[in-house]
Design a protein around this ligand. Structure first.
Ligand code: THU
Length: 133
């Protein structure tokens, strides 16, 4: 399988476990770390709605808990006619561990639909460098 096909398969497998009883909108995400390892996550909603977590945030938590902190690529998979390219909050979360040119791949369950860089989706973002003296 190609790198992207591997990421899509991992994101789809996580998406199948989404806990999305309130929105009914299941999302999966897969991060490829600089090491080449894959980290997948799904959205995890909550009866107290604002406590719900996006798939990308779950995948970031899995990556960090596994000991990796550098993202080489990001893939997001969801259904529907509109592209799901990471919400604003997750773009900022990704900014912590990704570079301006890190690809964000947008897919449906079968195939890639679009590709952006983090800089395109979060221009002039605030990141760790901003806190350096
Ligand atoms: N969601 C994600 O998991 N990732 C995104 O990029 C967009 C939105 C989730 C949050 C919520 O559980 C559901 O999709 C509907 O907003």
């Amino acid at each position: 399988m190609s790198d992207i096909a591997d990421m899509l398969a991992a994101a789809n497998a996580a998406r199948a476990n989404a806990h999305a009883p309130y929105s009914g909108f299941a999302v999966g995400s897969c991060l490829r770390g600089k090491s080449g390892r894959l980290y997948a996550g799904c959205n995890v909603e909550n009866a107290a709605y604002p406590q719900g977590q996006c798939a990308e945030a779950t995948a970031i938590g899995v990556m960090v808990a596994s000991g990796e902190k550098a993202i080489a690529a990001i893939l997001v998979v969801a259904d529907g006619p509109e592209l799901v390219s990471a919400c604003g909050g997750c773009r900022q979360r990704l900014r912590e561990f990704a570079a301006a040119d890190t690809p964000i791949l947008v897919a449906d369950r079968e195939r890639m639909r679009a590709q952006f860089t983090l800089e395109q989706l979060l221009p002039h973002g605030f990141g760790p460098e901003n806190l350096k003296p």
